[in-house]
Design a protein around this ligand. Structure first.
Ligand SMILES: CC(=O)N[C@H](C=O)[C@@H](O)[C@H](O)[C@H](O)COP(=O)(O)O
Length: 231
């Protein structure tokens, strides 16, 4: 699929992140693939997956749904942890992801390469790049390096931005990215816990919105209801 057609397919829509961390009751690639199918049935335009489940989750979801797959790997390490190296990014593309999500911050990467080199390698595999950033300057640099989509994923999860918005999403970053990067596809991601917050991000100019936990983590969902029940 070409770049414009793929981005058009996401535009104005919901992307569902299907991930389960180590030790989670749903940590199993076949289970993740079933969640992806359920999300597709509910109207997701694309599935974001991989993370701790890595390449096996990406391949299982690729098999299970006809939607575009945004793949990533995650490493337990400080600093850059989402698809941290060029080799990781190429591997994700080779397991069938049309879009590779990777760290797009300006922090040093573990393989010492710069973002533009990693983006070029993914493009050479025929996939697009979603650059997960934490700040507006990160987003500007990622766009200049050739990222196809810039996502607000890492706001609140870097040393500089920890605790920036509290429990809610960073809508200010989404608005700032849209304002600074007029023609760039912008993805709102991170702590979108209600349909209203999704609508607000789109109103502020996000091209699409990723929701993970609030849809695909029944442990988190149960906890919020259990709290309301006083247990
Ligand atoms: C910071 C980080 O590691 N984010 C990860 C990125 O893939 C996932 O753990 C999140 O679930 C995803 O970004 C969706 O966000 P939320 O689950 O808040 O809707």
């Amino acid at each position: 699929m070409n770049r414009d057609r793929l981005i058009q397919q996401l535009a104005g829509g919901l992307i569902v992140s299907c991930q389960a961390g180590r030790g989670h009751a749903l940590r199993d690639s076949a289970t993740i693939a079933r969640m992806a199918r359920a999300a597709a049935d509910g109207g997701a335009r694309a599935i974001r997956c991989g993370g701790v489940g890595g390449l096996d989750d990406v391949a299982a979801v690729r098999e299970a749904v006809a939607l575009p797959v945004i793949g990533l790997t995650k490493q337990d390490r400080d600093g850059v942890f989402i698809t941290p190296t060029l080799d990781d990014a190429v591997a994700v593309a080779r397991r069938g992801a049309e879009i590779v999500a990777l760290d797009g911050t300006s922090r040093p990467r573990p393989d010492g390469l710069d973002l533009a080199a990693v983006i070029k390698a993914v493009h050479d595999e025929g996939a697009l790049v979603m650059a997960d950033v934490a700040t507006l300057p990160d987003g500007e640099l990622a766009a200049a390096a050739g990222a196809d989509l810039v996502a607000s994923t890492l706001s609140g999860y870097t040393e500089d931005t920890a605790g920036r918005t509290g429990p809610g999403p960073d809508l200010e970053l989404v608005a700032g990215l849209r304002n600074a990067l007029r023609d760039q596809p912008i993805v709102a991601e991170g702590r979108y816990h209600s349909p209203e917050s999704v609508a607000e991000a789109l109103r502020l100019g996000a091209t699409a919105v990723v929701v993970g936990t609030a849809i695909t983590d029944p442990t988190w969902i149960t906890r919020s209801f259990a709290r309301a029940a006083g247990s």
